[in-house]
Design a protein around this ligand. Structure first.
Ligand code: ITT
Length: 189
């Protein structure tokens, strides 16, 4: 069975493929030669996941899965949140991470979580699945694996960042894994 992911982010596609395993064929917008920029101007993760999934369904006619994710830092009133991809520079993760670390430099409350909201969109409308992983922000970057804010996020119960872990380890506990488990439960019902 094919699952079309409404994303241009190949890291996300790879993670989803690794989490779902070989039972599903995972495709994304690139496989359909769709390169349009999707304007994510929703005011929540749910709204943006819907925008992506609906766009993709309307373009391809195939059931589509949007993934809107981000890093939420309670000590920063929830930022970067829905602005995670463009907090300091558009998809510039050196700048985005530097901004978070700078804003947090005098803060000892380093709690943070990653969230993924998935939206499945097809002729029956939208279904949502949410996953989170809690942890703490480090004081400096560590690790080269993963993507985005992974080098500064240390999940609860660990001493290393997501970017220091083999992908199998991140993908066994991540926000994306937790959301995909709910999606699979729905699919297999
Ligand atoms: P699409 O919209 O095309 O799916 P995107 O990268 O713009 O790709 P988002 O809008 O969901 O994706 O942006 C969320 C940003 O949050 C993303 O650019 C990442 O840098 C960051 N992010 C999302 N998931 C992450 C993860 O698992 N680890 C680290 N950072 C993550």
């Amino acid at each position: 069975m094919e699952i079309l992911i409404a994303t241009h982010n190949l890291h996300k596609k790879e993670e989803i493929a690794q989490i779902l395993g070989t039972k599903y064929k995972i495709t994304s917008l690139t496989d359909y030669n769709i390169h349009d920029e999707i304007v994510e101007d929703g005011d929540s993760f749910h709204a943006n996941a819907l925008i992506k999934a609906k766009f993709c369904f309307e373009k391809t006619g195939k059931p589509s899965l949007g993934d809107d994710s981000g890093l939420v830092v309670p000590a920063l009133d929830g930022r970067p949140g829905i602005f995670s991809a463009r907090y300091a520079g558009n998809h510039d993760f050196d700048k985005n991470i530097a901004k978070v670390l700078e804003e947090m430099q005098d803060n000892d409350n380093r709690e943070a979580y990653f969230i993924t909201v998935l939206c499945l969109y097809n002729e029956n409308g939208a279904e949502y699945f949410e996953g989170r992983v809690y942890g703490n922000l480090s004081r400096e970057k560590s690790g080269k694996k993963g993507f985005g804010y992974d080098p500064i996020f240390i999940p609860k119960g660990y001493e290393i960042s997501f970017a220091d872990m083999p992908s199998e380890e991140k993908n066994a506990i991540s926000h994306r894994k937790n959301a995909l488990d709910k999606f699979l439960e729905f699919l297999e019902k």
